[in-house]
Design a protein around this ligand. Structure first.
Ligand SMILES: Cc1cc2nc3c(=O)[nH]c(=O)nc-3n(C[C@H](O)[C@H](O)[C@H](O)COP(=O)(O)O)c2cc1C
Length: 386
């Protein structure tokens, strides 16, 4: 089974992730992972921290000579700003824990609930871990999963389809075109006209001290039919993807295919009809289901969208109450993103990559890439004969 754990604080020494269950023989390099880390840091609307961060990964185990060994892969992303935080964040008794104490909970963050639950007076002990800085680890893990998916021609494409009130219209574009257009866009948006309007909306929000959310889409193409399973709730791939994406900071909803529109339309305009011809086998002319029926991939691309709430740290202060004095105050801001939907899309791609890789290994399990390939090819022969 493919699994991972990650650890690390926003201003801690490093983020660390251990990925266990990757087979032997998968090409994986630090450069390959760094491409994804750099993508997470980009995007119009980001705050000052992105300038200091410049994340790169160190692979400290599980890879030798550019190939996975089958052992746990340990990924370390150092904090470039650690020197400025070492005295405050040190794990030993020397830490200056009475400096930069946070007693003012920020609305929209884990600060207040976390402080009550973990019985902490200094909310730094909550916000350091709740921060979306952790998503750098998830992106590194997702890149390792992606290295496996590459071997099976499975492609993951994320793009931004909405920022605030502006929607993109990528209808009619293939995943390859979306990928190419999104790669050349500061907002990861495949619709240049919409992108311009999105930028204006972000500038306006910045000027007003406000923030914006939006929606990103992830498309997985090149999938075989039969990943996931209908037999049990915790093996349904839609459920696993939803959990992985919903657990990303600030993500508040997810839909597959036509998603929530399915509740507005009659069944005749929702379900994808089935056809057959001897060259293609079974096929559909529509993909309203978003590639999943009964928790199983149906051979069509998986298409999911997630909504991100606006960044909760606003330059225009929101009202809150001091945890200790119980006095009201207005939350002030040092440095924050105005809009991070493109970055969230990169994290979404990573979360999806990991779940798809897990489902792939569950279906074609083996200890080496060669063994998994054999299992995959024999299954694809079976699919052809159906
Ligand atoms: C890529 C990314 C970047 C983010 N950047 C910020 C930020 O700069 N400032 C902020 O207040 N929240 C930011 N967030 C959102 C918060 O981390 C998140 O809203 C908060 O931890 C509360 O979690 P919840 O929204 O899931 O309930 C970001 C989220 C993501 C995915």
């Amino acid at each position: 089974m493919l699994r991972y754990l990650d650890a690390g604080e926003s201003h801690g020494q490093a983020l660390t992730a251990i990925v266990e269950g990757l087979p032997a023989g998968v090409p994986l390099t630090e450069d390959y992972i760094n491409i994804q880390l750099a993508r997470r840091q980009g995007g119009y609307g980001r705050g000052g921290r992105m300038q200091i961060e410049k994340d790169t990964v160190r692979i400290t185990s599980g890879v030798r000579g550019g190939l996975t060994t089958g052992g746990p892969v340990c990924l370390v992303v150092e904090n470039r700003d650690w020197a400025n935080w070492a005295e405050i964040m040190a794990p030993g008794p020397e830490a200056r824990i009475d400096e930069r104490v946070v007693t003012k909970p920020r609305p929209g963050h884990a600060d207040l609930g976390g402080a009550i639950k973990y019985d902490q007076r200094d909310m730094r002990n909550i916000l350091e871990r709740a921060s979306a800085r952790e998503t750098a680890a998830r992106v590194a893990v997702g890149a390792a999963a992606r290295a496996l998916l590459d071997r099976f021609g499975i492609m993951i494409t994320g793009h931004v389809v909405r920022v605030g009130s502006i929607s993109a219209n990528p209808a009619g574009l293939t995943p390859e075109e979306i990928l190419r257009r999104a790669a050349g866009s500061e907002l990861m948006c495949a619709d240049p006209a919409a992108e311009e309007q999105m930028k204006q909306e972000i500038d306006r929000a910045r000027g007003e001290g406000d923030s914006l959310g939006g929606i990103f889409e992830v498309i997985v193409s090149g999938l075989p039919v039969g990943l996931g399973s209908h037999v049990h709730y915790d093996r349904k791939l839609d459920g696993m993807l939803a959990r992985a994406v919903m657990s990303i900071q600030a993500i508040k909803g997810i839909e597959f295919g036509i998603g929530f529109k399915a509740g507005e339309r009659p069944g005749s305009q929702v379900h994808d009809e089935l056809f057959y011809n001897p060259d293609q086998g079974f096929y559909r002319e529509t993909n309203r289901a978003g590639g999943l029926e009964g928790g199983v991939t149906n051979g069509e691309p998986v298409v999911l969208r997630a909504v991100m709430k606006p960044i909760p740290t606003l330059y225009k202060p929101l009202k809150s109450v001091d945890f200790v004095t119980k006095e009201p105050y207005e939350a002030s801001v040092e440095r924050s993103d105005v809009c991070a939907v493109p970055a969230a899309a990169v994290v979404g791609e990573a979360a999806v990559a990991f779940e798809i890789a897990r489902a792939l290994l569950e279906k074609f399990g083996g200890d080496s890439l060669a063994e998994i390939k054999r299992n995959y090819e024999s299954y694809m022969e079976h699919v052809k004969l159906v």
